[in-house]
Design a protein around this ligand. Structure first.
Ligand code: ZN
Length: 214
């Protein structure tokens, strides 16, 4: 339960993070902040600090570069994430993976649930697990509920790659990493992925590395 005395340290911590300027340091797997879950955002930072924090998350995501970043990945245990994907991939890949461009969005207190039973399995990676990628079977379509940065209600269905991104980022807010859901036999270094597994789907990787697809 949050009390006023619990709130000040979180805002102070964010102020300290932002004071350094530039992209924020990204926390790597092994840090408990990625495993503890987050507290719902209910104004702990105030509008001015929240706006500056979101700007820093966006800059950090761009600099990485990544297509999503959750607050715990910069050491802040709040239920907030940002997403954005310009989808710079070949047409064949974009079609197979449903990788349509996703404009910048702020997710505040997001939760998702599956829409239908379809699953989609593709390689993905995480800024907090540098150097590796693995295949994760996820819901092909999800309903995402929460708020935006202005506190407005969000209730929206995501499909294709954006559905994967919102599941990955929302999982971070629950202390879950993509490796928890991954087919571990697919685990590939970034170099191996670039050399061998750039096909639109992971069918060849499944056959050669010995894992099954949904
Ligand atoms: Zn991640």
């Amino acid at each position: 339960m949050a009390s006023p005395s619990d709130r000040a340290p979180l805002a102070e911590r964010v102020e300290e993070l932002l004071a350094a300027g530039g992209p924020l340091p990204i926390v790597a797997a092994g840090d408990p902040v990625l495993r503890r879950g987050t507290e719902p955002y209910d104004g702990q930072l105030g509008p001015e600090l929240l706006a500056r924090f979101l700007g820093a998350l966006r800059d950090t995501m761009h600099a990485a570069p990544g297509v999503g970043l959750a607050a715990p990945q910069v050491g802040v245990p709040l239920r907030i994430a940002v997403i954005e994907d310009p989808a710079p991939v070949p047409e064949e890949v974009a079609v197979a993976r449903g990788r349509v461009p996703q404009p910048f969005r702020v997710l505040v207190n997001p939760v998702y649930e599956a829409v239908g039973g379809a699953r989609a399995a593709f390689f993905e990676g995480c800024l907090s697990v540098p150097g590796y990628q693995a295949v994760v079977a996820r819901h092909a379509e999800v309903r995402l509920r929460g708020q935006d940065e202005h506190g407005r209600t969000v209730d929206e269905v995501f499909t294709g790659w954006p559905a994967r991104i919102v599941q990955h980022e929302t999982d971070h807010l629950d202390g879950t990493l993509y490796l928890d859901r991954a087919e571990l036999r697919s685990l590939s270094s970034t170099e191996a992925t670039a050399e061998r597994w750039t096909q639109p789907t992971p069918t060849t990787a499944a056959a050669e590395l010995g894992f099954t697809l949904p």
